[in-house]
Design a protein around this ligand. Structure first.
Ligand code: ARG
Ligand code: ZN
Ligand code: CA
Length: 246
């Protein structure tokens, strides 16, 4: 709530509803060995992943330009990069590229420690000022389009994590009470939805749960979009904290 109050007081005025911007993207592939299971994803999968980003963000006016793919061999980092781990700090301080508006994506194995079981995680725009080197998205390599992982192999994990990186919360943030995800046109939701539970409705009023929204937890194939309100919020966050002219 204090982050939200700060945002509302610092928020820069809107440009126009139809403003667009292109963000630079830097991919960092961390691998244990040169096999797919070792995290050595082919360039083609990264290009496909950026295509998915561009398609899924098309309605928001944000597009993505892949600038570089770097490859980093480290079994320790592949296995152990996790939120606030020493391996994460070591990786990001050497490889993070660009200013606040550059999206850095680190693909890793999320196999051990606090990262175990995660599909990905991201930093928020507001945190850039204090910890610029920590900024970016950490992504489980096998969530990229075309991997054999069931349910999460259409590349929507990066769409979701990039949503956080642009200041969006989960649709179930705050449950049924209060201002929820701070977006007016996403109905409130009591908890995360998994699979694709059509007609789920967990909160009184507001309508059925937004299970098709990229910021819920449903299967990749269930997710279809962002709302206008989310597009508006992410642009305001990009303007205010990432210096993007949008
Ligand atoms: N932050 C979530 C996790 O790590 C990501 C959910 C992504 N959902 C998806 N369908 N790809 O579990
Ligand atoms: Zn999330
Ligand atoms: Ca909402």
């Amino acid at each position: 709530m204090s982050a939200e109050r700060r945002f509302q007081s610092q928020r820069l005025p809107a440009e126009s509803e139809n403003a667009t911007a292109t963000l630079d993207v830097y991919f960092h592939v961390v691998y244990a060995n040169e096999t797919y299971e070792g995290g050595y994803v082919p360039d083609s999968q990264i290009h496909d992943q950026v295509k998915v980003l561009n398609q899924d963000y098309n309605s928001t006016g944000i597009s993505f330009n892949l600038v570089n793919i770097s490859r980093i061999q480290s079994e320790d980092m592949f296995l152990r990069v996790a939120p606030d781990s020493e391996q994460e700090a070591g990786l990001k301080k050497v490889f993070r590229h660009g200013n606040a508006s550059a999206l850095n994506v680190y693909t890793v194995g999320l196999a051990e420690g606090d990262g175990q079981g995660l599909l990905g995680y991201a930093t928020f725009p507001m945190d850039f000022a204090e910890k610029p080197l920590n900024d970016g998205v950490v992504l489980l390599y096998s969530t990229m389009p075309g991997s054999s992982q069931p349910k999460y192999n259409l590349g929507r994990t990066l769409v979701h994590e990039s949503g956080h990186w642009m200041g969006l919360y989960h649709t179930f943030q705050g449950g049924c009470t209060g201002s929820g995800d701070e977006v007016d046109d996403t109905p409130p939701e009591e908890s995360a939805a998994y699979g694709c539970p059509e007609k789920r409705d967990t909160c009184p009023g507001g309508g059925p749960d937004p299970i098709h929204n990229f910021m819920d937890y449903t299967d990749d194939s269930c997710m279809t979009g962002f709302t206008k309100g989310q597009a508006k919020r992410l642009k305001a966050q990009l303007r205010t904290y990432r210096g993007v002219d949008v």
